[in-house]
Ligand binder design. Sequence first.
Ligand SMILES: *[C@@H]1O[C@H](CO)[C@@H](O)[C@H](O)[C@H]1NC(C)=O
Ligand SMILES: *[C@@H]1O[C@H](CO)[C@@H](O)[C@H](O)[C@H]1NC(C)=O
Ligand SMILES: *[C@@H]1O[C@H](CO)[C@@H](O)[C@H](O)[C@H]1NC(C)=O
Ligand SMILES: [Cu+2]
Length: 203
Amino acid sequence: MTNRLLSLLAITLISMQSIALAHFTMTYPSSRGFDTLKEPLAPCGGYDTPTAERVQMPLKSSFIQIDSGHTAYTFVVYALLKNDPVNPDFIPSNLVQVAQGGRSYPEGACLPLTFNESVQPNTNVTLQVVYNGGDGLLYQCVDAVLVDSAPSFDASKCVNADGSNEPTPSGNQSDTAPNQGSSLRIAYGFTFIIAVFISFLLV
Ligand SMILES: *[C@@H]1O[C@H](CO)[C@@H](O)[C@H](O)[C@H]1NC(C)=O
Ligand SMILES: *[C@@H]1O[C@H](CO)[C@@H](O)[C@H](O)[C@H]1NC(C)=O
Ligand SMILES: *[C@@H]1O[C@H](CO)[C@@H](O)[C@H](O)[C@H]1NC(C)=O
Ligand SMILES: [Cu+2]
């Protein structure tokens, strides 16, 4: 009976650990696809094929909304201006950085994108989010078309879980990130050690 209880506790702790490893999801617009285990695979988290239908995104005041499982992270968003990109196209010489920064709170975050003047309306673009929450680089992509007017694009989806309502310009806010990141990692590590210890007791 005690053993059952202990193993239940160990399983619970281990599954909590997996939830903590949920990394991040692209919530708006939806990414090509999400798979926790494949998210570390460049360039697009295991989803190598552009979607048949491209989502309309505005050239100005554009953004990507993500849901972060990590409390602290940095990110870079790249644009690849190509109609049917394949994996070898995702090389530095083809990628233009359209956002960069860091956040020190989990869950919803609005990542504003800045396209330069030379990008014309109706340009096909694949946006690649590269996210670093401290457990390796993670990738998500969305295939879009940049337009002057995007009535289907819902600006109200741009929400920051820390309550800040402005899409922070693509600045560098990573200053406070490292401390919180490491304390979070220590907490996860501690949970893991306890789980392993309980499992050991059962042997
Ligand atoms: C502007 O963006 C285009 C495509 O995104 C890129 O090819 C070009 O180098 C950029 N120009 C500048 C000045 O950054
Ligand atoms: C953009 O891609 C779509 C298919 O997703 C294609 O039909 C369209 O011709 C492309 N636009 C340009 C400007 O090449
Ligand atoms: C971000 O800010 C930190 C601290 O101010 C600085 O050391 C770092 O170079 C900046 N990174 C980028 C990419 O600008
Ligand atoms: Cu993670």
